[in-house]
Design a binder for this molecule. Structure first.
Ligand code: SIN
Length: 350
């Protein structure tokens, strides 16, 4: 009990003492429901996200101080519907600096769940280290009965602190489950078990302060990517266009006219394009915009030159990336090349 009191004291002061033998874990807070508060203990919708500072988040989990020497930093304070590429860049820069300077052995990012999968995949492609980065959040605000934030932070620190997590790419840990950044998606509006990796499956579980893994991440990530955002102040503009029966070309034309450098098409089925939309996408590609065909189905690869003639039209197939993750990759890929052939290679590599 005395130990916990001491730990809380150090957390409130912004850090734990660097206890010999414990890995140094930096907790970067960005807001979300995990930092949210509601008017009553039963309010689980309509509460205010991104209220509590990092010190409060850590003070709720003194037990985490037994797993790691923790320091906390407030990097942003947003509901993740308001997450931006500018904050992604700031986050990547802070993490890369912490690892390069030996300030931290691992990083935990607390984040809203709505766009966590996009931030996780961005970091998976831009963190230049095999040190562990774990994102966590909560589906219930801190004031709710059975709030999930404190246990999720404890588990995320356990995953971050354990050497078996290194080299697996950026991880997402909520609800006792560990998922890879490339595969994971928020799949339910409200329930704590919302994060799923679909058909490709989760990487492991964390229980009793210890992660257990069942498989490795196959695609290239972190230190093995070609993306360097260390001097970037902005990213290429990439927009998502949704496909549906009878879709008009109006949105595609408007995006091209607005100067989108890339358009990710969330197509029906195997990324298929309605015949009346096709001319607008071909025109955008011919004018120099990257056009990537993804699928709105939620699983399965989009086949290059399958339903559409990608070679002829200068399109790129998104493989099995969701439209929102295909957008993240395309934003980074466009910092390296405009060639549809090279872009396609990146979609098969990452
Ligand atoms: C958010 O994404 O910031 C709000 C919702 C959540 O964190 O669950």
């Amino acid at each position: 009990m005395k130990r916990y009191a001491l730990a809380v004291l150090f957390i409130l002061a912004g850090c734990f003492p660097a206890q010999a033998g414990l890995p140094k874990v930096l907790v970067l807070a960005t807001g979300g429901t995990i930092a949210g508060t509601g008017a009553t203990a039963t309010q689980t919708a309509g509460y205010k996200a991104a209220v509590l500072p990092v010190e409060s988040l850590l003070a709720a989990v003194p037990q985490a101080g037994e797993l790691a020497a923790l320091t906390g930093e407030q990097l942003a304070q947003v509901d993740s519907k308001n997450m931006t590429p500018a904050i992604w860049l700031k986050l990547a820069a802070r993490i890369n600096k912490a690892f390069a300077a030996g300030e931290a052995d691992a990083v935990v990012v607390t984040h809203g769940t709505d766009t966590m999968e996009e931030t996780a995949y961005f970091l998976n492609l831009t963190v230049k280290s095999s040190n562990t980065v774990v994102l966590t959040g909560a589906m219930r605000p801190s004031t709710a009965l059975s709030a999930d934030g404190a246990m999720n932070i404890y588990n995320a620190v356990a995953v971050a602190a354990d050497s078996s997590s290194r080299g697996r790419g950026v991880l997402v840990c909520l609800n006792d489950q560990i998922n890879g950044a490339r595969d994971v998606a928020k799949t339910n509006t409200s329930t704590p078990d919302t994060f799923r990796s679909g058909e490709t499956g989760l990487l492991g579980y964390v229980q009793g302060g210890k992660p257990v893994y069942y498989k490795a991440t196959a695609r290239a990530h972190t230190a093995r990517t070609e993306f360097d955002v260390s001097v970037s102040t902005a990213l290429p503009r990439v927009e998502i266009l949704y496909g549906y029966a009878g879709v008009s070309p109006a949105a595609a034309e408007a995006l091209a006219a607005a100067g989108a450098e890339g358009i990710v098409y969330a197509g029906v089925g195997n990324g298929s394009v309605y015949e009346e939309l096709l001319p607008a996408l071909k025109k955008a590609a011919a004018a120099g915009a990257a056009v990537v065909r993804a699928s709105r189905t939620g699983s399965g690869p989009v086949t290059r030159n399958g339903e559409e003639n990608d070679d002829r039209d200068g399109f790129v197939a998104a493989d099995n990336l969701s439209p929102q993750k295909a957008r993240v990759l395309l934003m980074l890929a466009l910092t390296r090349t405009r060639s549809p052939e090279l872009l396609q290679e990146m979609f098969y590599k990452y």
